[in-house]
Design a protein around this ligand. Structure first.
Ligand code: ZN
Length: 461
């Protein structure tokens, strides 16, 4: 018996290579894979096959899109939100490092369940996570967040992150927050061996992710790249986030962050950088020529006053660009759907105009939030668009209410309008959100666990 999901009467934005849209159409998914997408009514016979277990969802006044893909997060920060509210990156980090030094399995588990549940409720079906704080007695933090992703039901790309340059070596983090390079490499191999699943419909894939130029050693960058490539896993780090970071790289390495990345083997189509705000034209060309991706995090960049990333230029040059909510301590809202609008607005603030040639439109924003993110994660053949043969990872947005009902164009309503409620979120055809409610866990319990973990971490008791 096949499990069949049918969505009918919905406006559909497939985000395929031609940006095909249907004013009113249908999607059929069978056993977790998209079987058919098209205009008009569902073909005869699909609904009535007695050999199938069929679920039918009416998408009237809704927009169906691929599930959003979040390519940069720090889930543990979900329980350290609202602190250092007026600091820029370096001041914000030095305030938070001592609190993060206390994280453990229970607090990371609670934070990951909360943060992932919130992502699901805001239209996200796949999320990366950049975890780079591993206190000596913190326990198995990667296992805690992978378990959380299994509970909530999202496709998950956690990274084994790391920091190896403490204050005594000229870095920013306190020495007690960093690890030795050999133990990082052992833990990285262990994470790949235990959790990485390279198969087509994988729910968990590992990447390696030394944190940022001011918290790592050259040795760690080179060795992580080598280890990742020998295991066929991807590489991720923060790069070109702030002007302070660029000054650090010039002072420490005598080169810009992108040149530094190149010097340690960190450009390539298996690498994606979080932020990519401060880029010269030459750096944009290098990223595009090598297929190096960017995770654009416009709300976090605004919160920390980091700047406006040159997303239009990156896209025009041919570099992969996805979206990220970033860690919730620098972006308390953490809503994937909000980043669509924020990305569009940020491009217009940067350009000082709203032209299609120089900025992002609603469809550009949807594209980077879906297929662009899939490219960052190396999964563009599996997710990121609604096409037969791809995984049934999708979001059905309810546009029937006061916030959206009279906006002329459904994609415009999703991106220009207020955050829409998710009528259905499915991952591999499995329902995670129905009628705006999480179905895989109790939201009130998640909130209570997060509040308790936050109080414990901040008070230090
Ligand atoms: Zn980050």
């Amino acid at each position: 018996m096949s499990k069949v999901l049918i969505i009918e009467n919905a406006a559909i934005a497939t985000v395929d290579v031609c940006d095909t849209e249907y004013e009113r159409g249908y999607l059929v998914a069978r056993d977790g894979l998209i079987d058919a997408v098209g205009a008009g009514a569902v073909p005869e016979g699909v609904k009535q096959n007695p050999a199938d277990d069929v679920t039918i969802v009416d998408g009237t006044d809704c927009l169906l899109t691929p599930g959003l893909i979040n390519t940069h997060h720090h889930l543990y920060q979900w329980v350290t939100r609202g602190l250092a509210q007026n600091e820029a990156l370096f001041g914000w980090l030095t305030t938070l490092y001592p609190i993060w030094a206390r994280i453990d399995e229970p607090s990371v588990g609670a934070a990951a369940r909360g943060g992932l549940a919130w992502l699901a409720k805001t239209g996200c079906t796949t999320s990366a996570d950049h975890h780079y704080v591993f206190p000596t007695h913190g326990g198995d933090l990667l296992a805690a967040e992978i378990d959380a992703a299994g509970t909530i039901g999202l496709r998950f790309h956690p990274t084994r992150g790391s920091m190896s340059r403490g204050r005594s070596q000229g870095g920013l983090p306190p020495d007690e927050c960093v690890e030795q390079v050999d133990s990082i490499l052992r833990a990285s191999q262990d994470a790949i061996d235990r959790f990485h699943d390279p198969r087509f419909d994988s729910m968990v894939r590992i990447a390696l992710a030394p944190c940022s130029p001011f918290s790592v050693t050259d040795e760690l960058m080179r060795a992580s790249a080598e280890l990742a490539r020998s295991n066929g896993v991807r590489l991720h780090t923060h790069l070109c986030e702030t002007a302070d970071e660029e000054e650090f790289c010039l002072a420490t390495h005598g080169m810009t962050p992108v040149d530094y990345a190149e010097s340690v083997g960190w450009l390539g189509d298996d690498v994606w950088f979080a932020h990519a705000v401060h880029l010269s034209d030459a750096a944009i060309k290098k990223m595009a020529a090598t297929g190096t991706g960017a995770a654009h995090c416009p709300s976090s960049n605004a919160r920390l006053g980091a700047g406006h990333a040159p997303v239009r230029s990156l896209l025009d040059a041919g570099a992969p660009v996805g979206l990220g909510v970033d860690g919730a301590a620098s972006q308390e809202s953490g809503m994937m759907v909000e980043e669509l609008r924020q990305a569009m607005y940020t491009s217009r603030l940067r350009a000082g105009n709203s032209s299609a040639a120089e900025t992002l439109g609603a469809r550009d924003a949807l594209r980077i939030g879906t297929i662009g993110g899939a490219r960052n994660l190396g999964r563009q053949d599996e997710i990121g668009s609604l096409e037969p043969g791809k995984l049934a990872d999708l979001a059905l947005w309810d546009l029937s209410g006061l916030g959206h009902a009279d906006i002329a164009d459904p994609v415009g309503a999703l991106v220009f309008g207020p955050p829409a409620s998710v009528k259905l979120l499915a991952v591999g055809g499995r329902t995670v959100v129905r009628d705006g409610e999480l179905v895989t866990a109790d939201e009130a319990t998640l909130a209570r666990d997060c509040r308790a973990a936050a109080r414990r971490l901040v008070s230090g008791r």
